[in-house]
Design a protein. Structure first.
Length: 385
């Protein structure tokens, strides 16, 4: 090898080495750019106190949660009260979450991670937007595919990933950067019905219950004391205690699935009306109509009457007993009045209720009559309740 060839080889090596170093530095820079936010807050500078509106939207549904003077409401459900606990849980999580993984993803690949914005083709996620009282956007992000990991309770090699462990997220303004957070954010849902407060009426301490078709005859049961035995208010036949208790409990434990806005009478069958009078001087009137399409029911409720303001002293009541019982009565009365005020506000809406919730109230009188015991039956008679 001549001197000239040797010098050319050294120069070539230096050039190649410099190019390699340059590429290595570029790779390091790219890695740092994609991983710089690992461990950093997902939404830096996000302030919960400024949020006055939350919008969640997917390819099929949209929910708008708005903060009013009386609390948070769901706009798509006629400003029905929102589930404050679920709402704050979501906001606090998003404010506290930190990035666990970060990578660059081109726009064409976003649908594979369900990170396309709703209305922009397939593979869309859930768009979440936070705004202040002046409708200025405070944060905007898309929640994508849930990241799953292997079930730790199933150590077999054949076990597949199935435990939600995180979620892909793209924050607006982050370019093509996609991050992963350590929470699947399972409560983030765009369906308005998922955000409704679930507090419903509770007709407790019922004294009489009358159920029948609107404008027609039905059945009525009654009891003289709160813990007394139920009986038919009139007519023959012994009342089946279990059927009576089931009907009464249905009015104390009923839950609903959604709100039916602008429900029309022609959409449902003729309603059944349940009227419950309580030992607290309250009357609950519940209208129940089966939907012509589907298996659920439309339910509305009204509450009238006022609880007694004073306690009737017991015979031979001592001074210390009177003081304690008066205090307990005052506390119970306050809670009852607050509950009744909430229940009266429920009359503004019509509720979608599952069939199982109202089933005990939809029975005919004959279904409530106790069946005679077989002559060869052994053992004591069944208790009344």
């Amino acid at each position: 090898m001549t001197r000239k060839q040797f010098l050319l080889l050294v120069i070539a090596l230096l050039v190649l080495g410099g190019a390699g170093i340059s590429l290595f530095r570029q790779d390091i820079a790219a890695y740092r750019a994609s991983g710089a936010k690992i461990g950093a807050p997902l939404l830096p500078g996000f302030t919960l106190a400024e949020v006055a509106r939350i919008t969640l939207q997917d390819s099929k549904s949209r929910s708008t949660l708005v903060r009013r003077d009386t609390g948070w409401v769901v706009r798509e459900r006629g400003d029905y009260p929102a589930n404050f606990q679920d709402l704050t849980d979501l906001m606090v999580k998003l404010a506290e979450l930190k990035v666990t993984q970060s990578e660059q993803v081109g726009a064409s690949l976003l649908p594979r991670l369900d990170l396309a914005e709703p209305g922009k083709g397939e593979g869309s996620g859930i768009l979440v937007e936070f705004s202040d009282a002046q409708q200025k956007v405070l944060a905007r992000l898309v929640l994508g595919k849930v990241v799953k990991k292997k079930d730790p309770l199933n150590p077999l090699p054949s076990a597949v990933d199935g435990v939600p462990a995180g979620r892909y997220v793209q924050v607006a303004g982050a370019g093509d950067q996609v991050v992963v957070v350590s929470d699947p954010l399972g409560k983030a849902d765009a369906k308005p019905g998922k955000w409704l407060a679930r507090d419903f009426f509770k007709a407790e301490r019922i004294r009489t219950l009358a159920v029948g078709p609107e404008g027609g005859a039905g059945w009525k049961i009654t009891r003289n004391e709160e813990w007394g035995q139920w009986r038919f208010a009139s007519g023959g036949g012994d009342l089946a205690a279990s059927a009576a208790v089931s009907a009464v409990n249905a009015l104390a434990q009923m839950s609903f699935e959604d709100i039916a806005l602008d429900a029309k009478p022609e959409e449902a069958e003729k309603p059944v009306v349940a009227v419950a009078e309580t030992f607290d001087n309250l009357t609950y009137t519940v209208r129940i109509a089966k939907r012509k399409s589907g298996t659920d029911y439309l339910v509305s409720v009204g509450v009238t009457g006022d609880p007694p303001k004073a306690r009737v002293p017991e015979k031979d009541e001592k001074a210390e007993q009177k003081e304690r019982r008066d205090k307990d009565f005052a506390e119970t009365l306050k809670r009852l009045e607050e509950r009744v005020a909430r229940e009266r506000a429920l009359a503004k809406w019509t509720y979608v209720v599952g069939a199982k919730e109202v089933e005990p109230l939809m029975k005919e009188r004959a279904d409530l009559v106790a069946k005679p015991r077989p002559k060869d039956a052994k053992g004591p008679p069944r208790p009344p309740f």
